[in-house]
Design a protein around this ligand. Sequence first.
Ligand SMILES: Nc1ncnc2c1ncn2[C@@H]1O[C@H](COP(=O)(O)OP(=O)(O)O)[C@@H](O)[C@H]1O
Ligand SMILES: [Mg+2]
Length: 154
Amino acid sequence: MGRYKKKVHSPLETMALAEKLALLVRPGDVITLEGDLGAGKTHFSKGLAKGIGVKKVVNSPTFTIIKEYEGRFPFYHMDVYRLDEESEEDIGLDEYFYGEGITVVEWASKIAEQLPEERLDITIRHAGEDKRYLLFEPHGEHFEQLCKELAEWE
Ligand SMILES: Nc1ncnc2c1ncn2[C@@H]1O[C@H](COP(=O)(O)OP(=O)(O)O)[C@@H](O)[C@H]1O
Ligand SMILES: [Mg+2]
């Protein structure tokens, strides 16, 4: 229920969709991104950052896990590919998830147990060449409403 699906045809379209989403998010929101390497998770994150008003260039944070940016709100870009769910290591993710910024998490399934219940899950799938399918799965009322608004903008 409340899912939103969209097919895009170029990296620019992926970023434009993310920029639109940025107009609907509010402080404390968590957005997860799943998809194979090269699906477009980082491109989506770049679009989101732009929509949030981040002026710096957003690159893949693969070797740092978390990068912080300033826009209309703080913007936290995570890539948790290298995090080990089994490890006891507490790197304080909750500070981000329950803080005042917008958090976007690439490869979020790696830390499934640590994610907040209220969040927006986005899966990106290859659909040939520069085409991609994006599936938005909202968890919680706020994100259901957000997906509804995205769908109405079509
Ligand atoms: N529709 C599209 N959306 C996003 N990226 C696309 C699209 N079509 C082609 N690409 C290309 O796919 C790659 C996606 O890279 P990236 O965003 O780093 O993916 P990920 O973070 O999922 O590994 C880039 O080289 C980009 O140019
Ligand atoms: Mg990436």
